[in-house]
Design a binder for this molecule. Structure first.
Ligand SMILES: *Cc1c(COP(=O)(O)O)cnc(C)c1O
Length: 396
């Protein structure tokens, strides 16, 4: 049986063969412990970790000393937010975040109530961007940290990270940026932009799952969440996962080196997909703005079509209904709700995530199959019949 066409690159990406080739030797002969510098095995592992650290730093415009290796973005987010809150002994008791952030950010901020921090969640416009005027107003309350993502995982919105950092710093707050979706999709210049803390993860940029980094300027006060052998500046002790770190470094270096070419090619395919859907699927609406959006993302609501039903009808297509993280639960995505969609529209939403392996044939197939199944679902929908007849259907 042929595998479904994969258009879910915001959920995860396949490991690039070049990344696999780079990590493979460290799973076999080069098995040393990077913390054991007394012999050649340890030294060759340590050199590989140093190289990976430099690759990660270069890909995001940071210094090698900024890089703290972790198990992925969720851990990095927790280390950044919890670590900053635990280290802070002063009067700044507010955290500011944005309604469209990943659950790992929203729930970590909310969890800091136990340490006496109040979280303010900023709204976004219909284009998914945070209003800087609202941020500045919120910063009138003494704030420890602002948490704002670089690229949204559902609608692909690119936030004005440099401007957010400037506003945060003007009020004496730290900026944490969740950069999980940014690598290979939009440039990150962390030092130049004044980003204090940034999470990245390999599996969103063609590396393996379970490895990432917190890029944290050494002068930012953080308390560790784990204690042990002192590795990673004492912020993330434990024996370095050498093959995984090699893979992270290689994946991020490739993603940055090929970003512009990838984005141009993928963007052209995404535009073809959108044109085909608009032509062949009546009443399809784009979610989020068009101007500040990564090339591979298309997020659409299809009137009178339950997205979960559509997914079942499309076993030959790997796309996501609403957020991947909340699929399985019938709750509408908090991101789509924040963009102003009602529950019906949010539950009729499909996210396409195009990537490095996506071809023109994939895109044509996807548009054709979606159009076919939408037509079938609508053929048995009384609501669609009314809508087509021009009746103004009152939702909910
Ligand atoms: C995938 C993702 C995460 C979680 O990353 P893991 O490495 O899977 O823990 C966090 N934030 C965003 C925006 C993501 O897309």
């Amino acid at each position: 049986m042929q595998r479904p066409v994969y258009l879910d690159h915001h959920a995860t990406t396949p490991v690039d063969p070049r990344v696999f080739a780079a990590m493979a030797p460290y799973l076999q002969g080069c098995f040393g412990n990077a913390s054991s510098a007394s012999h050649a095995y340890g030294r060759e592992a340590a050199e590989a970790v140093t190289h990976a650290r430099r690759q990660v730093a270069e890909a995001v415009g940071a210094a090698p000393d900024d890089v703290v290796f972790t198990s992925g973005a969720t851990e990095s987010i927790n280390l950044a937010i919890q670590g900053a809150c635990r280290a802070h002994k002063g009067e700044r008791r507010q955290l500011i975040t944005v309604a469209t952030e990943h659950k790992a950010v929203l729930d970590t901020c909310a969890g800091m109530a136990a340490l006496g921090y109040r979280t303010r969640v900023l709204p976004v416009g219909a284009d998914g961007r945070v209003a800087l005027s609202e941020l500045r107003e919120a910063l009138a309350t003494p704030t420890l940290l602002v948490a704002a993502m670089a690229v949204n995982n559902e609608v692909g919105t690119v936030q004005p990270v440099a401007a957010i950092a400037e506003a945060a710093h003007a009020a004496g707050a730290l900026l944490f940026c969740d950069g999980a979706q940014a690598l290979g999709r939009t440039p990150l210049q962390l030092r130049a932009w004044g980003v204090d803390l940034c999470s990245v993860t390999a599996h969103k940029c063609y590396g393996p799952k379970g490895v990432g980094a917190l890029v944290a300027r050494p002068e930012v006060a953080l308390d560790p969440l784990f204690f042990g052998g002192g590795q990673e500046r004492g912020l993330r002790p434990g024996t370095p996962a050498v093959p995984m770190l090699v893979a992270l470094g290689e994946a991020m270096a490739l993603a940055e080196a090929e970003r512009e070419a990838d984005e141009a090619r993928i963007g052209a395919l995404r535009d073809q997909l959108w044109a085909a859907l608009q032509r062949d699927v009546p009443r399809v609406a784009l979610n989020g703005g068009w101007a500040h959006r990564v090339a591979g993302n298309l997020n659409v609501s299809i009137a009178c079509v339950d997205a979960a039903t559509l997914m079942v009808a499309l076993p030959d297509l790997a796309v996501s209904a609403g957020s991947a993280c909340s699929s399985g639960t019938p709750k509408p995505s908090h991101v789509l709700r924040a963009l102003g969609l009602d529950d019906e529209a949010a539950l009729s939403t499909v996210r396409f995530g195009l990537g490095r392996g996506t071809t023109e044939a994939d895109v044509r197939f996807a548009a054709r199959r979606v159009a076919e199944e939408v037509a079938k679902i609508r053929a048995s929908s009384p609501l669609w019949a009314l809508t087509e007849a021009g009746v103004d259907v009152q939702w909910g």
